[in-house]
Design a protein around this ligand. Structure first.
Ligand SMILES: *[C@@H]1O[C@H](CO)[C@@H](O)[C@H](O)[C@H]1NC(C)=O
Length: 138
């Protein structure tokens, strides 16, 4: 087995839910948002995804900090209130200046916090663990 495969198995088996930050990135609410604008454009277009809504899990997609996982990884996020959503990594976050975190659609935020949370602070805490990409349909 290659070392990289072992490393990812350990990561997937980890029961630890780490604490991260999430926010809504409003442009991702547009189903026709072109994947050419994303850090993951090459990977996504190679799989035939030219707009965000073509991804099987849309609107459950996210920008993910590059230190956490690359394009096409799948992350199960949960909020302290018990909301859970699995999001596919379609972009990096550093290019719009957030701390290590997830940049979500409004719909994914609603799964985590409920839909009556428009007035909530822009950045909120989430727990996150990597799950198999197949959970996100990839
Ligand atoms: C998005 O996540 C929610 C919450 O887990 C789920 O009910 C819904 O089916 C997901 N949507 C897609 C397209 O996978």
């Amino acid at each position: 087995m290659k070392p990289i495969a072992i490393a990812s198995l350990v990561l997937l088996a980890s029961p630890i839910l780490s604490q991260y930050q999430a926010s809504v990135f409003p442009p991702f609410d547009a189903p026709n948002y072109p994947t050419t604008l994303l850090v993951c454009s090459q990977e996504l277009q190679a799989r035939g995804y030219w707009t965000l809504s073509q991804l099987p899990s849309y609107p459950n997609v996210s920008a993910v900090d590059a230190d956490l996982g690359g394009c096409g990884t799948c992350w199960e996020l949960s909020s302290s209130g018990g909301g859970v959503v699995a999001v596919a990594a379609v972009d990096g976050v550093r290019h719009y200046g957030l701390p290590p975190s997830f940049g979500l659609t409004s719909a994914a935020k609603d799964q985590l916090l409920g839909s009556n949370t428009e007035g909530l602070s822009l950045i909120f805490p989430v727990s996150a663990k990597q799950v198999a990409s197949s959970v996100c349909g990839l």
